[in-house]
Each structure stands twice: as C-alpha cells, then as structure tokens.
Design a protein around this ligand. Sequence first.
Ligand code: ZN
Length: 59
Amino acid sequence: MTVTCILCEDSFVPTSIQAKKIRKHPHRIFLCPACHERVAKKAKESPHLIQVKPSLPHL
Ligand SMILES: [Zn+2]
C-alpha cells in the first residue's frame, strides 16, 4: 500500500500505524516523512503561520 504526499506528490509506504489511521480516515491529508519533518520544523520556527494541530480555544 502506498500513499501520495499532498506536498511533493511523491508516493511513500506508510508505517503500520499510519496505515491504520489511513484506513480509518481515508479522507485525511498525509505527508511523506520528509515533508512532515519540514512542516514540523517550519511550525516550530513560526507557530503563528502554520499550525499542524490547531488547538481550539475553550468555549
Ligand atoms: Zn512529501
């Protein structure tokens, strides 16, 4: 099974944990390990620009 990364459009083989998540949530967006690392790095540098896991304020 391969997944296509939305950023570089490369296909990669997901880890068994990722594969489970993909089967549960097939419409979720997945990044290849390289892009995931890049996004995580960017998010650390400028957390206000990219939020990998947006947290909602308590209502
Ligand atoms: Zn990628």
